[in-house]
Design a protein around this ligand. Structure first.
Ligand code: NAP
Ligand code: F7E
Length: 340
């Protein structure tokens, strides 16, 4: 049985990756942050009490800001594969917390690389490392964007991801480590955080449909993104680490839609006129916007045999159906007199 270590295991991608790796018979260890409330909702369906002899999924408290803790986890877990997914991943928040974002996203990745390098040197074990880069690193570079497109980051988040990308390339070249940068374009799902625009829209419009909310406040509706399904994308992460040689890959659907297109598609499914409910609030504008992301994933398709399985419309349908069910449950409780 191979052993994987995932940072960011409680996030959208981390949770899908656990599902995927357990189905492939891995033993999976995840790093979680201590919080005063539970932050494990996305992995609760798969977590077993570690005293259970069948348990193959284990959690460890850790934080990318704490290098010593990461080092101890790596020594204890002895991973064959490390997936570094942890991040302050919200672009708008990175303008408000640039220093924290840099510490976790850029220096945090460096801490993990250093811990892994020492572990490999001391034990002579070989581990493979996946790093979650981002299409945000391209900024406003003309689309389509591929592995050879020059980076032009436009937020503290994107600059930090680019620094982490650089550390990964440097460690690969300096220490002969097997490291892959996955340059993933936006990917969404019913597990997407509720402050990212797609989920914000599906949550709000389904609540509006059931009379639970009146308005939806958004920012720039003209921005275009290449939106895929997170579950399809975690397979690409794994495929990268199964190759004979390590390399960096763009993962995208190679199609782009505006925020307005997304709204239109959601409203169509719910038979609502979104223009009656949506208002623009400048607080959601970013100091510097990324106007159009559109990937060219031909390298991943040719070398990894990876392909997109879920279309834009299928993704929207899945998210709308999921959030409509949440809204129905909320409506039922409200109608039964529960104060939420
Ligand atoms: P997400 O849902 O925001 O999850 C982020 C994860 O990182 C969570 O588990 C979070 O823990 C953890 N985390 C945050 N700060 C941490 C810290 N200081 N130490 C340890 N863990 C920390 O993000 P995602 O959408 O799954 O994305 C996964 C990765 O891919 C991220 O690195 C993101 O930047 C990158 N990425 C995402 C996309 C996308 O479209 N989804 C595209 C390109 C790249 P809590 O649950 O405790 O908050
Ligand atoms: O914004 C616009 C906003 O926050 C998408 C992260 O996973 O993907 C994600 O970053 C677009 C932007 O995602 C609202 O201005 C309009 O143009 O959903 P988002 P993002 O910034 O593209 C990349 C690849 C990552 O790596 C990141 O980790 O939508 N927009 N109105 C809005 N965005 C938000 N959040 N909220 C609004 O009200």
């Amino acid at each position: 049985m191979r052993t994987a270590l995932i940072t960011g295991v409680t996030g959208q991608d981390g949770s899908y990756l656990v599902d995927f790796l357990l189905a492939k018979d891995y033993v999976v260890h995840g790093v979680i942050r201590r919080a005063s409330t539970f932050n494990t909702q996305r992995i609760d369906h798969i977590y077993k009490d570690p005293h259970n002899s069948k348990a193959r999924f284990f959690l460890h408290y850790g934080d990318l800001s704490d290098g010593t803790g990461l080092r101890h986890i790596i020594e204890r877990v002895q991973p064959d594969e490390v997936y570094n997914l942890a991040a302050q991943s919200h672009v708008k928040v990175s303008f408000e917390q640039p220093e924290y974002t840099a510490d976790v996203v850029a220096t945090g990745t460096l801490r993990l690389l250093e811990a892994l390098r020492d572990y490999m040197q001391n034990t002579k074990n070989k581990s493979r490392f996946y790093h979650a880069c981002s299409s945000e690193m391209y900024g406003n570079a003309p689309p389509p964007q591929s592995e050879t497109t020059p980076f032009a980051p436009r937020s503290p988040y994107a600059v930090s991801k680019l620094a982490a990308y650089g550390y990964c390339v440097n460690y690969r070249e300096s220490y002969d480590m097997f490291i892959c940068n996955g340059i993933l374009f936006n990917h969404e799902s019913p597990r997407r955080g509720e402050t990212f625009v797609t989920r914000k829209i599906t949550r709000a419009m389904t609540r509006i449909k059931l009379g639970l909310q009146d308005k939806l406040y958004l920012g720039n509706l003209e921005a275009k993104r290449d939106w895929g399904y997170a579950k399809d994308y975690v397979e690409a992460m794994w495929l990268m680490l199964q190759q004979d040689k390590c390399a960096d890959y763009v993962i995208s659907t190679d199609a782009t839609y505006s925020v307005k297109d997304f709204l239109n598609q959601v409203a169509k499914q719910l038979e609502l006129d979104w223009e009656k409910y949506v208002e623009i609030d400048p607080r959601y504008f970013r100091p510097t916007e990324v106007n159009c992301l559109l990937g060219d994933s031909s390298k991943a398709r040719e070398e990894l045999g990876w392909k997109v399985k879920t279309s834009f419309n299928e993704l929207v349908t899945m998210m709308v159906e999921h959030d409509l069910e949440l809204a129905r449950q909320e409506r039922t409780l409200l109608d039964a007199g529960h104060i939420l």
